[in-house]
Design a protein around this ligand. Structure first.
Ligand SMILES: Nc1ncnc2c1ncn2[C@@H]1O[C@H](COP(=O)(O)OP(=O)(O)O)[C@@H](O)[C@H]1O
Ligand SMILES: [Mg+2]
Length: 225
């Protein structure tokens, strides 16, 4: 599903090596936590996997797409069909209701029939947000906004969900609701889930934990249930 071959990302001059020749394979349906200190390269890795950034050298292949050499058209297609992404700050469009936000990826794909609203409402039910569909983001708690963002990230049934510190800005109650949703999605094994987190407790939910240190993989362990 995912293959990195000696992927590096350096910034600026003199160069800061954010990711240092990382090789890695992740199988379809895996639930992986990426941990490491602030500045270790976690977001850089996730951004490469989402095609938001290109490696300075090496290969990044996700679900058959060579992201290191993909042009804008291929990247757009990749994001619209294969990728869902959520971030620490929820990035819902403030002028749209929750259900309109969730519909957006389908509208961008050119779907405009009545099935779009139905699918968005079903997805919101799925994340426990059916009762908030017609609200605007500012009317929601942080955890509700994040669950809305997750619904939007999943509406087009991507093969990969990337989450960069999805609970980093939430209190513990909201965080556990968001994590329950992510764990539920991961447990179905139809979507590969890769989640960056600072928290050992959060990382323990995943089946596999990859620790990043100074742009390297310091450890990579799979949990035996
Ligand atoms: N756009 C950028 N320009 C320059 N340096 C950057 C940029 N983005 C990240 N870095 C540097 O790369 C390293 C890794 O950053 P990042 O991947 O954001 O770490 P993490 O997500 O683990 O906190 C850090 O030293 C950071 O300062
Ligand atoms: Mg980060």
């Amino acid at each position: 599903m995912i293959r990195l071959v000696k992927a590096s990302r350096t910034y600026g001059s003199p160069p800061i090596v954010a990711l240092d020749s990382v090789s890695l394979e992740i199988g379809a349906g895996e639930f992986v936590a990426i941990t490491g200190q602030s500045g270790s390269g976690k977001s850089t890795l996730l951004n490469l996997l989402g095609g938001l950034d290109h490696p300075t050298s090496g290969e990044v292949v996700v679900d058959g797409t060579h992201l290191e050499s993909a042009d804008d058209r291929e990247l757009t297609l990749f994001r619209r069909t294969k990728l869902g992404m959520v971030f620490q700050f929820f990035n819902l469009l403030p002028s749209m209701t929750v259900v309109e936000n969730v519909e957006m990826p389908l509208l961008l794909r050119g779907e405009h029939d009545r099935g779009v609203r139905k699918a968005a409402l079903a997805m919101l039910e799925e994340v426990g947000m059916g009762h908030r569909a017609e609200h605007f983001p500012h009317q929601l708690s942080g955890g509700e906004m994040q669950r809305g963002a997750i619904a939007r990230a999943l509406i087009h049934t991507p093969s990969l969900l990337l989450a960069d510190e999805p609970t980093g800005n939430l209190d513990s109650t909201n965080a556990s609701q968001v994590l329950a949703v992510i764990a539920k999605i991961a447990s179905r094994r139809t979507t590969t889930v890769i989640m960056v987190t600072h928290s050992d407790a959060v990382a323990a939910l995943a089946d596999r934990r990859i620790q990043i240190q100074d742009g390297f993989i310091a450890s990579d362990s799979t949990r035996t249930h």
